[in-house]
Design a binder for this molecule. Structure first.
Ligand code: HGY
Ligand code: MN
Ligand code: MN
Ligand code: MN
Length: 398
């Protein structure tokens, strides 16, 4: 089965009729169906599939062991996301295994295809949750207590899907098996389009994090409350959204976004009692906390002027990552000198790179758009990417 054929098989799983694109979130029904699909597909290739203590899937080609070559990505999406972010890396890994088997290759090193859980943080708020748990990058108790929008905790959802809540957390024995990790991913910008090339090697990932700003005011009647008498948290929230853009412009190459804003109770004729907004901030180098502090001060001043209170919580943060130089050099040499590209997107490979040599391959995205239904990759490029992945996996596992 080709990588594009595999993507075709799951093209109807988790379509979001309201937002467009796909909504596939950790341990929900569509993501469960995708896991079942993955297990079945991997087993058909003769791989042995196991679920680790954190809900990540591992499909072993041969016996598990140390110095393993591991490749894969994730199957969950952002709300209303595209078809490629995540699944492209999983489908390409399965297709690469099949093509290597067909040519009679057998890995000398242990070899696994992995599917990481909750990469987008679309349900429980922390991105790369599965790889953070594996590596011990997030405290297990913090992870257990993360809640989705209906109040279900990560621990409850994990137990419902068959995991043991007590065993969630760092998995050093498993991590010790990973010799190298390679993730193929659709490009999430226009780098390859501008270069006129189908495939790139990943160079760096920008530091990034998420912060929750909670504004608390006085819920009240929209008609009966004089303007002078209001403490409306929507006002400082709106000023904060504008400040985010204004302050981001003062940091070189910074990206800062408010993509989610939730007023409570959320009635047209009700002055909100609270407004929560989430800031996604990414600044190359070490500047992210500084930018967030500037935004916090602007938000605090706006809250005070309206008679509201502000509480800011950091939900996640990851430093800048430079992918392993040796692996990058090898990938470049084996693939005939493809371009190297940085990215502003976060990835499980970036989490893993703090512990093992890790690298990435990107496949051209003609729209340059991602986290949106418009995300795309041409069939020819998908197949070129899967062939490139097979090529380098063959060398890494020989
Ligand atoms: O949000 C991100 O950067 C990613 O795609 N998880
Ligand atoms: Mn993504
Ligand atoms: Mn992704
Ligand atoms: Mn009334």
């Amino acid at each position: 089965m080709t990588a594009s054929g595999l993507l075709e098989e799951i093209a109807d799983v988790g379509r979001d009729g309201k937002r467009g694109g796909y909504s596939r979130h950790a341990f929900d029904a569509p993501e469960h169906d995708l896991r079942t699909w993955f297990v079945e597909r991997a087993q058909r290739l003769g791989l042995d599939v196991e679920t680790d203590r954190n809900g990540n899937l591992w499909a072993w080609w041969g016996a598990p062991g140390p110095d393993a070559v591991v490749t894969g990505s994730h199957l969950d999406s952002v709300p209303g996301g595209g078809a490629f972010d995540g699944p492209l890396g999983v489908a390409s890994a399965l297709a690469a295994v099949e093509s290597l088997q067909r040519k009679g290759f057998r890995p000398v090193k242990p070899f696994a295809v992995v599917v990481f859980a909750e990469e987008e943080g679309g349900r429980f708020g922390v991105p790369c949750l599965g790889s953070r748990l594996l590596t011990g990058t997030i405290d297990a108790d913090k992870a257990r207590g993360l809640r989705d929008q209906s109040g279900v905790t990560f621990a409850e959802a994990a137990v419902k899907s068959g995991l043991d809540a007590e065993r969630l957390g760092a998995d050093p024995d498993r991590l010790a098996l990973v010799g190298r990790f390679l993730e193929l991913h659709v490009e999430q910008g226009r780098g390859l389009v501008d270069l006129g090339r189908p495939v790139a090697v990943g160079s760096t990932v920008i530091a990034h994090g998420r912060w929750r700003f909670s504004f608390e005011g006085q819920g009240n009647h929209a008609g009966a409350t004089l303007i002078a008498d209001r403490a409306d948290p929507m006002l400082p929230a709106a000023e904060t959204v504008v400040a985010v853009r204004r302050l981001a412009r003062t940091h070189a190459d910074a990206r800062a976004t408010v993509g989610r804003l939730v007023p409570t109770p959320g009635g047209t004729n009700v002055i909100a009692s609270t407004v929560d907004l989430w800031l996604d901030a990414r600044v190359p180098g070490t500047g992210t906390p500084e930018l967030v502090e500037e935004i916090r001060q602007a938000a605090g001043a706006a809250a005070e002027a309206e008679g509201c209170r502000l509480a800011v919580t950091r939900e996640s943060y990851s430093d800048d990552v430079v992918f392993d130089a040796g692996l990058r050099r090898d990938l470049g040499g084996w693939l005939g000198d493809p371009p190297e590209l940085p990215t502003g997107a976060g990835h499980d490979a970036a989490i893993l790179s703090g512990f093992v040599p890790a690298g990435m391959l990107y496949v051209r995205n003609p729209t340059g758009i991602s986290h949106s239904p418009e995300e795309f990759a041409e069939v020819d490029d998908v197949e070129t990417g899967a062939r490139a992945l097979a090529e380098v996996l063959e060398r890494l596992a020989a």
